[in-house]
Design a protein around this ligand. Sequence first.
Ligand code: ADP
Ligand code: MG
Length: 741
Amino acid sequence: LSALQENVERSNRNIDWPQVNDRHMYPSEVFGQDVFDRKTMAGTLPKPVFQAFSKQVQGHRQLDRPTADAVAHAVRIWAMNKGATHFTHWFQPQTGTTAEKHDSFLTLKSQIIDGQEEIYAIDAFSGGQLLQSEPDASSFPNGGIRSTFEARGYTIWDPVSPMFIRRGPHGTAVLYIPSVFISYNGEALDEKTILLRSSEVISKATVGLLRALGDNETQRVTTTLGCEQEFFLIDRALYNLRPDLKIAGRTLIGVPPPKHQQLEDHYFGQIPSRVLACIAEAEYELARIGVPVKTRHNEVAPNQFEIAPIFEEASIAVDHNLATMEVLHQVAHRHKLKVLFHEKPFKGVNGSGKHANWALQTDSGDNLLDPTSTPETNYRFLLVLVAILDAMYKHGDLLRASIASASNEHRLGANEAPPAIVSAFLGDHLSEVLNSIEEKRPVADFSQPHLQGVSVGGTTLDLKISSMPPIARDLTDRNRTSPFAFTGNKFEFRAVGSKQSPSFPIVLLNAAVAKSLQLVTEAVKKAQGKKAAPSTEDLLSVIRTFAASSKKVRFEGNGYSDEWVVEAEKRGLPNIKSCPAAFKRLLLDHNKQLLTSLGILSAAELTSRYHILLEKYAKDLLIEANTLRSLIVNGVLPAAFTYRKELADSINSQKSAGVDAIPEKKLLNTLTKGSIALQESSTSLEALISKIESLDEESQGETAGKELTVAMEDVREKSDALEKQIADKYWPYPKYTELLL
Ligand code: ADP
Ligand code: MG
């Protein structure tokens, strides 16, 4: 009750917006203030050093020592002038979050003065410290990659991602050095190394195709990524009273409130003021470290929100997505709010995702996924498109594996998120373009949609309002039920979990597409034969072949429907329902071959990842089950017992007073039955937990997935039935109504 009171009485936190000339600083003025970006480097480094640095980074070569020393010196002076006292390599072990260990710039020196040693302090930061650090790799997940005698691991600065200063409480400030994390033998122990590898591979593959098409200019192609991040914000005092939210990140029991999202009044609604203050402060902090947050809005569920940045080069976008989650977490704390990134914190209420918007961009800024207004003759676009479809068709199971986790499992296929079947959506216009090429007929005329019976196209809409100009309509329509949808000039991978790092999904996507781009390139060269350049007919024949062979992965209908499940099965598309089954796909020959032959993951790295994922899955479920057990045994059952006693006492006193019809009797009966049922379910759960804990790793995941989830659901059902009967004053935890409304 006092938590509720606290919630209601909270006032908004005041934020000190940075001012300049008596006005708020513009977003553009705040942006990148705390980033040691190329512009700052150019201003702080001697010119030859800056040039050497640029050259080495562009050529993807290891920095030489004098350059590293000069950069280290310059960044230390810059950072200390901004209040930083420490530096840290910032890396991404396979825990889903980031890791850091702060080192002070403080260094002790000694000097002999008059024959006596004098110790004195200076601030220092060497090129060696900038480039490399050595955390103990054995304390991070390594999936058996580390041999017992060699626990060493290295973090190494990734100079493509700029250093920045993160500000903490009470004026603390630390220089962050984005880094990769590898083992003593150079195996990737993190999410970033493999992403950088996959980016190189897809760049080379795409440039290969462009060369075959006569483009001799493009040297590099970057993967662009923009992550829409969904999350819930709830009051901190109430959050603290829910052990399940604290430990598992989601509610393990609880009856959905009578009003949640049925009225569809939350989506794009007014952002509540306390939430707005929190998000705005987080955006401000993110802008300072160079994260270009662009949009914010209410999402579908109560207390659910989304922010999205402007897209960036994928590895930087991943760094920035992880930073976004961390900053939101910290800032929410200051506003006495708690941010929930779990994919499904509340049963019966929409869950959260992370839409990963993905495209390919040349070094001259051309988006290869831009269909332009005449995709039918944009062969470069069509060849890239069919390569992507080919990749989805052959390695859709890999993408399914990339997003599998105990938490995301609650969201997939739950009529609110893409199903476990991977398919690609193109929209009417592009589907028609591919179909017409395949069927060797002219493409339908999209400039006059009404004549073709086609509802969309790259046309203008007439609003029939004279004061408004005609507006351009997108080339594609939207299909929110597809896990992988083309949205105008990019693909949106919509099945990614809100909580997970977007890195692994992008790595596997890049890998699959790179391979298909290589195949498309070979086909173009083969069709071209001895000619100097491929003819239009050559290109059309390649597009036709790949469009036809990958056709089964294209689906334009409702991905949430039961018919699709049946249809997908007919098409032979995998419908991988459980996480352990999804993880196994990583090790299947066609996937293993893909990843190892491209040099993105070695067989050992792949196997280690499989083990880490499976182990984490089993652990997550066991933690949830244990938490649930204690909620029931320590909270729900005692509440039921107390309430029953009160009812029994009341019945007894009424009996002695000679009352005949005692209404409490019926309720007492129901509660007794309900309590016994819950007690029994909870005892079975406990036995199952012990059984699973004694199994080996492989069977733990399997059994937990099959049996534990069912047993937990059973306990929940019975607890929720009691929640509906027990008087509010006895219920030990804040209810959905309090948490969400
Ligand atoms: P919607 O909700 O309609 O999908 P949003 O504006 O919420 O649109 O998010 C779109 C995201 O896609 C943004 O993060 C945006 O930067 C990103 N995006 C746009 N173009 C590209 C591109 N070429 N490559 C990668 N991401 C892109
Ligand atoms: Mg969106």
